[in-house]
Design a binder for this molecule. Sequence first.
Ligand SMILES: [Zn+2]
Length: 219
Amino acid sequence: MTCPYCGSQEIIYDYIHGYIVCTLCGSVIDTIFLEFFEERLIDSENFNRFEGLPSIRKGIEKKKIKTRLKIYTRMNFEILVYEKYAKKARKNVVIDIDAALRKETHIKSHERVYHHKDEDKVLNTALKDPVVNQILEYIVNRDPVLSSRTPRGKIALAIIIKNFIDNNPIDISELCRLTSMSIVHIRRLITLAKKRLPYIKKYVNEVKNNIVLNYTPYK
Ligand SMILES: [Zn+2]
């Protein structure tokens, strides 16, 4: 930064008065703004005494304290939420802290907070079924609506579609256990899969008639 009046680079930031000043010619080059409002307690004994506006330096200090306090409050909140859920957790169950926080702040209330510690293993077992795998790659991942679900949701969809193909009734509680999803969630996925059937029918028939054995998915 150079002084626009004399071209000097000897510039100082005066935080007490809130000015940027050229030390060579003494011009005030700019004003330092700070978005900070003095907060007063209504019942404070100094309520009626006007103390003037806070200096810029004082304002920056207050801002720093406020920011630290915010971070601390957030950490404290996360610990409290974790403890609340940990208290009720059964053996071999892990807590999805992000889901718990969203639940506590009412952003998303249908999410599952508790997960079994082996659930990734369970999902991988489901994927070992070649037909489920094929449906996932060939049907679910190809459909714009179905492919936008979470990885867990997509595996559930593949299993649901497999049941459609085999004409088997869907065991909702088994699917819940397998995917660690709620009954509400699984029911919604079944409705979704049924809705998408007219659009994916061609691929479903191809899987059904076993003519996609040599299909290699493009990634
Ligand atoms: Zn100057």
